[in-house]
Design a protein around this ligand. Structure first.
Ligand SMILES: [Zn+2]
Length: 347
């Protein structure tokens, strides 16, 4: 360097900038592959009552709140992407929206998977991590990581590091590293692994996967393993889950009850053709909550939207037809619902 009398602070800043630039260019490109998307939901888990997921609310045909694998995978992938980018890793997301690989509408599994491996191979990425959640009988639980059959040593090392880190952070059963000819680990040209974080079919696993801080831990566990695999040493604390957003105050309970005759008459419902039902929304302390959007499915299969009033109540005109009345809170990330049996001839 020429003899320039630059202030010490400027030289120090320059040294840090040069070091950062050098380390950034040396860090491997990480492809993050959130499994499934769009019309392919992946595995489906039944959520426990009152679960606050921080994700788009999803319901099955019975309006039970459910957790979809595609949503969990994308959330973990977004968290992993943020963790890696904050540390200077160049990254590539094979999808960043609720779509197939390449963020295009889902058509078929073949083009979806091919789009994912094409993106990673074209960059080229130097590490490929596919994120999935498992499904089997309700008794199956735990974490496993897959590599292709006959995977070379670097791939095995990456998989072992990720599996070890996930088990340490998530504390689920260690189901080990396994070899399987999954498309995305077989058709990629770099060390590639497929993580199955937990089982959506397991009541215990699904209760954990529903929690934002658990998904943050999963992301940090994978990130920490990628950090170590890249030869950067100790990644520091990676199991905190502290980066997870605090959940907003949310409805905790929804009840459905048939209205009395006086209210029915006042509301102008023809008692021969229909009946009035009252939905009540409450917070964790039992206080009524106003302005909460609700979705209901009437016994005739018709869907309606209503909003709770200042007293926490919303009124539903329900046809006199026997069947189930199901009501759910229609707010992002909130899975609170209630059902009732509608008799054919009330009163
Ligand atoms: Zn999957």
């Amino acid at each position: 360097m020429p003899c320039v009398r630059a202030p010490r602070t400027l030289l120090t800043s320059l040294a840090i900038a040069l070091a950062a630039a050098a380390s950034a260019s040396a860090l491997p490109v990480v492809a993050i592959d959130p499994g499934h998307g769009g019309a392919d939901s992946g595995a489906v888990g039944i959520l426990p009552p009152g679960a606050v997921t921080g994700l788009e609310p999803r319901f099955n045909t019975q309006l039970q709140p459910v957790l979809l694998e595609k949503d969990v995978n994308l959330d973990v992938a977004n968290r992993l992407n943020a963790w890696l980018m904050a540390r200077g890793f160049p990254t590539l997301m094979t999808r960043s929206t609720d779509n197939a690989g390449g963020d295009v509408p889902y058509t078929d599994v073949g083009s979806d998977l091919r789009a994912r491996t094409n993106l990673a191979n074209a960059r080229p990425a130097e590490i490929f991590v596919s994120i999935h959640q498992n499904s089997a009988g309700t008794a199956a639980s735990g974490t496993e990581t897959y590599v292709k059959i006959g995977a070379p040593a670097p791939t095995q090392a990456l998989a072992a590091a990720i599996q070890r880190s996930l088990v340490a952070c998530l504390a689920l059963t260690d189901r080990g590293v396994k070899e399987r000819s999954f498309f995305v680990v077989r058709e990629t040209t770099m060390p590639a692994v497929l993580v199955e974080g937990g089982f959506l079919s397991s009541p215990t696993d699904v209760a954990l996967l529903a929690q934002p801080d658990f998904r943050q831990k999963m992301a940090e566990a994978i990130g920490g393993a990628v950090w170590s695999y890249a030869g950067l040493g100790d990644p520091g604390p990676v199991c905190s889950g502290a980066g997870a957003a605090a959940p907003p105050p949310v409805p905790k309970a929804v009840t459905v009850a048939r209205a009395g005759r006086a209210l029915t008459m006042r509301a102008g419902i023809n008692p021969l053709k229909g009946d009035l039902w009252i939905v009540t929304v409450r917070d964790a302390t039992g206080k009524p909550m106003s302005s909460i959007p609700l979705r209901a499915r009437l016994p005739n299969g018709k869907g309606v939207s209503v909003t709770s009033r200042p007293d926490g109540k919303a009124l539903l005109a329900v046809p006199r037809r026997t069947g189930r009345l199901a009501v759910a809170v229609a707010m992002p990330g909130i899975a609170v619902s209630a059902t009732a049996q509608v008799p054919a001839r009330p009163r």
